[in-house]
Design a protein around this ligand. Structure first.
Ligand code: C2E
Ligand code: MG
Ligand code: MG
Ligand code: MG
Length: 292
């Protein structure tokens, strides 16, 4: 009797396991096809200065799967990373962001506007990474200053000497380097001071309870002070309330990003926002004439 139900359980378990393996395999296959079939999209979440002016935007990957609907990046990027598909996906992301940067550049609307692109550990470790970045910039005629790369600790702390070398090459060209998800890992001051970085992105989880939790507040203050000591720009992610925004601004955050200010949006919406944010060139006599 007991043996019987035990066997049944084993059987149920293996059927379930088989179904998992099957769905994983088909997910991998669908993801491999997604690029060629034009199912990937970049959304952009704007970043603002505390005075409300538009600074730039972060590129965030979206997968519109015909069979699964909208698949959030958290559900497929880890798998892409594991299988190596991230190399092809990352290449597409970089080139798409550079194509959009070229459109912004040619519009003449906002000569400082930059896009930040997330780079996964496997992409960063790829021996062709530097070449691929340079190629994306040159083939779309984009000045390096318009591109920023977001990296996480897991990319950088595995082989610090190698990471430093790559980061120095990127920065020499003018590409900004940002440490993403700061506050979720183990970064110590001694690591951070060795890395050639331009900015720290405070993770949303640190920002979330900062108004109500004294310990989160203390951590955030320490993180900002440390970033300032190292002359890094401080970007706060996940800003959802006015209290958080006011507080982060008063603590000296340089840039703010979050649902309160703007949600991730398709490129045409971002472009419209850049047009709107760019002051009319009233000093330009030709544009004055055009209005008369
Ligand atoms: P991340 O780089 O830390 O991006 C920030 C995430 O927070 C985004 O989630 C964004 O939509 C979300 N977010 C923005 N504002 C708020 C807010 O006010 N509240 C809350 N709760 N969330 C907010 P998303 O788009 O789902 O991306 C998740 C993660 O997937 C990203 O985290 C990044 O690690 C990864 N990812 C996204 N696009 C790419 C990509 O092109 N390449 C790689 N390698 N990873 C990517
Ligand atoms: Mg990011
Ligand atoms: Mg982040
Ligand atoms: Mg993240």
């Amino acid at each position: 009797e007991a043996k019987e139900s035990g066997r049944n359980r084993v059987c149920l378990f293996s059927e379930q396991r088989e179904a998992e393996v099957h769905s994983r395999t088909s997910l991998i296959q669908e993801l491999a096809d997604a690029i060629q079939q034009g199912q990937l999209m970049l959304y952009y979440q704007p970043q603002f200065r505390p005075d409300g002016s538009l600074h730039g935007a972060e590129a965030l990957l979206r997968w519109h799967s015909p069979s699964r609907g909208m698949v959030p990046p958290g559900d497929f990027i880890p798998l892409a990373e594991e299988t190596g598909l991230i190399l092809a996906i990352g290449h597409w992301v970089l080139n798409t962001a550079c194509r959009h940067l070229n459109q912004i550049q040619r519009s003449g609307l906002h000569d400082q506007f930059s896009l930040s692109v997330n780079i996964s550990p496997r992409q960063f470790a790829d021996s062709d990474f530097l070449d691929k970045v340079e190629q994306a910039l040159t083939s779309h005629a984009v000045p390096a200053q318009r591109l920023k790369l977001e990296l996480t600790e897991s990319s950088l702390f595995h082989d610090m000497d190698h990471a430093i070398e790559i980061l120095e090459q990127l920065r020499k060209q003018g590409i900004g380097i940002e440490l993403d998800d700061f506050g979720t890992g183990y970064s110590s001051l001694s690591y951070l001071k060795r890395l050639p970085l331009d900015a720290l992105k405070l993770d949303g989880s640190l920002v979330a309870d900062v108004v109500s939790d004294a310990r989160d507040l203390a951590i955030l203050r320490a993180a900002i002070a440390m970033a300032k000591t190292l002359s890094l720009t401080v970007i706060a992610e996940g800003v959802e309330t006015n209290e958080q925004r006011a507080f982060l601004a008063s603590e000296g955050c340089d840039l703010l990003q979050g649902y309160l200010l703007a949600r991730p949006m398709p490129f045409d919406k971002l472009y419209a926002l850049i047009e709107q944010a760019t002051p009319q060139r009233s000093q330009d006599p030709t544009s004055e004439l055009a209005h008369q």
